[in-house]
Design a protein around this ligand. Sequence first.
Ligand code: UDX
Length: 430
Amino acid sequence: MRISVIGCGYLGAVHAACMAELGHDVIGVDVDQAKIDALSEGRAPFFEPGLPELLKTEHGRLRFTTDISEVSRARVHFVAVGTPQLEGSNAADMRFVDASIDALLPHIGPGHLVVGKSTVPVGTAARLAEKVEATGAELAWNPEFLREGFAVSDTLTPDRLVYGVRRGDDRASDVLDEVYRRPLSTGTPRIVTDYATAELVKVSANAFLATKISFINAMAEIAEVTGADVTTLADAIGHDVRIGRRFLNAGVGFGGGCLPKDLRAFQARAEELGVGHALAFLDDVDQVNLRRRRRVVELVAEELSSELSGAVVAVLGLAFKPDSDDVRDSPALDIASQLALRGVTVQATDPEAIPTAQARVPALDYRVNTKAAVDGADILILLTEWREFRELDPAEVATWTTARTIIDGRNCLDASEWRAHGWTYRGLGR
Ligand code: UDX
């Protein structure tokens, strides 16, 4: 099929490359010339495992351009632009979605299908459908559930496909079935529903995941005042299949370009709809999450038992999660910044996220690796559970620094092993 993808960020670039991998002829469009140049040369503009390989192998069927008029050859147009949090408000900034649809309108007509993938406030598809249908084209909403770090496999082998279509629009779902023929042939569940349900599937899935993480982090707060161990607690309750162990890792909490802002946008939309009370609990979910970041700063102060100002702290991890260079709303970068604001010298390292972190927070002392980061530090804090940090050898680290205290913000180290090597180990909720 001939497909266009509008927006070549984390979502769109991966989607475009994966659509080519599925055998389609794809044109990716973005207004950012530098991004288009990189993608055209087969370089991923951000760190995502598997994407560079796809960009190289799919060269023949995959092209990128800044010229929106080139989409007219395609028949299916995916809209994959960002919906960031609006400055000074909890609501989503719909500017890029609206601009993409307006830019598409002159190039579409009967026989074309516009497919929204961006995460949007419920009611958006119905609003946009009027404009799209005025050209004779149709609109569907097909939310994505990809996780950064697994974006390629989540797109090629999704755990479900959701199509929001106009009631009774069989043609739109037939076209999407054709697009996703390969994943469907392996039995991927497919749910065809109305616009509002499809939009809500996405935001409610994210709200549920955020709630699950904040639930266990709330238990961590209780564990801290009772001497309980939240990790053992999570293991024990996770054996109940109704609860499940995944997304029950207590630590510095969730961040990234999706969960935090989607949570807030969902609340803002519910308030507009007059049902803000239904999502009032999400405010607590957000607050529990932010309190964990402050807790790490408190722990550092407690362990140093002196003024924070003037201390040297080694920060291991800046990305919001491992296998990503994304520092948007990253708990790690937030904690590092809070420490720096309190007069701490922050020697920070990350396997991939130093350039992205540096662009946002230039004031930290960025170090190339763990050895350089811990050199001369008073205390170590692990904030992103990259494999190379999880596998640190406490005996070896002790030869790189005189510090003997580590705060494990992701509860991912073997506490007894670190203690056996003379370290003071502090986890969160343990
Ligand atoms: C998320 C959703 O998982 C995905 O379905 C949606 O499409 C986009 O948002 P992503 O932002 O890539 O994906 O990250 P995810 O793997 O969900 O992790 C989110 C945050 O939660 C990370 O900061 C992670 O460190 C944190 N987390 C996750 C925890 O603190 N504890 C856990 O047990 C799991």
